[in-house]
Design a protein around this ligand. Structure first.
Ligand SMILES: C[S@@+](CC[C@H](N)C(=O)[O-])C[C@H]1O[C@@H](n2cnc3c(N)ncnc32)[C@H](O)[C@@H]1O
Length: 310
């Protein structure tokens, strides 16, 4: 089963039935996995990037895949079975990577991949509550065992805290107005579904400002998702630990999907380069080709940055 052609794997990783991994060629080029390397796919999702990396890790490499979403991990497990015993999948938060790799006796490693944000699996499932286009519970948890949901935040945060959250994590210029409308709505009707919240956004944002490229709810949903999952906190924590996780010559590749994440990665990479920890391999972030952006709309905002440990 291991004798799978790389072309065939590429065709399979882009099967429309699954989350389409973004910028696969650039990930392969910059991570440059070669047996017997140990590579960590710290946001393994449904395994798209891992499927492309594994043929390069044959016969003696290893891939450790982490995700906090058990549903995604289950699918990744099924898709990657033919590469056993090279693959180890673990449920958890990548911010705990240092202790996890110590437990697995795998530190330091040869490469780490982070492909941030949500997967299509999460976005497309109405019951996960990530999308304002689908009616569902206002959930947005990547880890379903976590207590706090978007519903908790929307119905319990004081107006000032809500406004600050929308401003800092959504870069929403109508944050204050939206927070006031949310508080008004929840006084009479607790906000429990995605479309109910989206309707509040449409009312809160002035009509003249509603005809831009983005739906009125886009920034609020982004802010809530980032807050529910503490996405920037996890990224910052991992970046602080990254130097001790990489062998000399090892590489880290990070794909981000909005400016807040990209700014954090860019700063940490430059700061590490200044301290002589690593060399930044991407002076400017790599972007998807026009062809990929046309084929996969989710790739359009992707920016990829990479470093090599000195
Ligand atoms: C864009 S998807 C990854 C898709 C994957 N590269 C593929 O090709 O199938 C991002 C994944 O990262 C996971 N994730 C996000 N933050 C995480 C964290 N702090 N720890 C572990 N997993 C996380 C999400 O649950 C989601 O499955």
């Amino acid at each position: 089963m291991h004798a799978i052609l790389e072309e065939e794997m590429t065709a399979r990783t882009s099967s429309p039935a699954w989350h389409q991994p973004v910028m696969v060629e650039a990930v392969l080029e910059l991570l440059n996995p070669r047996s017997p390397a140990v590579i960590v796919d710290a946001t393994v999702g449904t395994g798209g990037h891992s499927l492309a990396l594994l043929p390069r890790l044959l016969p003696h490499g290893r891939l450790i895949g982490i995700d906090r979403d058990p549903e995604a991990l289950k699918i990744a497990g099924q898709r990657l079975t033919e590469f056993q015993p090279l693959v180890r999948l673990e449920r958890g938060n990548y911010r705990d990577l240092p202790s996890r790799l110590t437990r697995l006796g795998a530190r330091p490693v040869d490469g780490i991949l982070l492909d941030l944000g949500v997967s299509s699996l999460q976005l497309d499932r109405a019951d996960r509550g990530f999308s304002f286009a689908r009616e569902g519970p206002l959930d947005m948890r990547m880890d379903p065992d976590q207590d706090t949901t978007a519903e908790t935040l929307v119905n319990t945060l004081p107006a000032d805290d809500l406004a600050r959250l929308l401003e800092t994590l959504g870069e929403e210029r109508f944050a204050r107005r939206i927070a006031q409308h949310i508080v008004q709505e929840r006084r009479t009707h607790p906000i429990t579904t995605t479309k109910q919240l989206a309707r509040v956004m449409t009312r809160a944002i002035p009509a003249g400002a509603r005809h831009g490229r983005l739906h009125a709810a886009t920034r609020t949903f982004q802010a809530l998702r980032l807050a529910v999952n503490d996405e920037l906190g996890a990224l910052t924590a991992l970046l602080a630990q990254l130097p001790v996780l990489l062998k000399p010559g090892a590489r880290a590749v990070i794909i981000t999907f909005h400016s807040l994440e990209d700014r954090i990665v860019k700063r940490a990479f430059l700061e590490g380069q200044g301290r002589g920890v690593w060399t930044v391999l991407t002076k400017k972030p790599r972007r998807p080709s026009a062809e990929e952006a046309a084929r996969n709309p989710r790739a359009r905002s992707a920016k990829l940055r990479a470093v090599e440990r000195l």
